[in-house]
Design a protein. Structure first.
Length: 231
């Protein structure tokens, strides 16, 4: 199993705030892959950081789920383009990379907020458009946090399942027992992920909001603290 960043993206692609959708075959492959590795894969500290740079807005595809609902029918081109940055149908990895720390998430969301503020200051969007975009940013921030929580929880649950599978193999479980166990894992995956989020990977929303505000104000949260810069 490919445990490189590219391989991880393939595994998590299609994940949304409701969690990953895994077939039995995918589940079994993931368990096998985790058993063959330490389960402690961590991308390099700088991996994905280049994706945090502000990118030109891309026109959303037909399956986009934009966070912003505009109050008025007549929306400026700039406001419309800013709304494209907040597409809840996108995997967060495509925006932030695989280094899904709290600061990286806040940097991404805060960066969008800063673009909104700059556009308003430059007279490119109206007050109402700014208010609508800010409301959308709140929805988008929640979506981003939920995705990160469930992604981390998914890997935690998979490590648990891999350990249990290994124990069953060691105890001489039959093929039928292993098949039943794999089905049970598939059936209970989302429930177990939700429970894991509550116990282990939940993101403090107040802390997240504070980090987003700092990033929105221009602070670079992705600079490692060991470089002597407050992060």
């Amino acid at each position: 199993m490919d445990m490189t960043p590219a391989g991880l993206y393939v595994l998590t692609k299609g994940m949304n705030s409701q969690g990953p959708s895994l077939s039995r075959e995918a589940l079994e492959k993931m368990e096998a892959g985790i058993r063959e590795h330490t389960g402690s894969f961590r991308p390099a500290e700088s991996y994905g950081i280049e994706l945090l740079q502000e990118q030109p807005p891309q026109r959303p595809g037909p399956d986009a789920k934009l966070s912003t609902a505009f109050t008025d029918e007549n929306v400026s081109e700039k406001a419309r383009a800013l709304s494209w940055l907040m597409d809840e149908s996108k995997d967060i990895e495509s925006c932030v990379g695989f280094n899904l720390g709290r600061k990286q998430l806040a940097q991404h969301v805060g960066g969008i907020g800063r673009q909104i503020d700059e556009a308003f200051a430059a007279g490119e969007i109206t007050q109402q458009e700014r208010d609508d975009l800010n409301a959308g940013l709140g929805s988008y921030a929640e979506n981003v946090a939920s995705q990160a929580e469930r992604r981390d929880a998914m890997w935690g649950v998979m490590r648990q399942m891999a350990a249990s599978t290994q124990a069953m193999v060691a105890s001489g479980a039959s093929r039928e027992e292993m098949a039943a166990y794999a089905k049970s894992n598939t059936d209970s995956m989302q429930e177990r992920i939700s429970e894991f989020v509550k116990k282990h990977t939940a993101i403090d929303r107040e802390l997240m909001a504070a980090l987003i505000a700092r990033a929105r104000g221009g602070e670079d949260l992705t600079v490692p603290s060991w470089k002597g810069i407050k992060a």
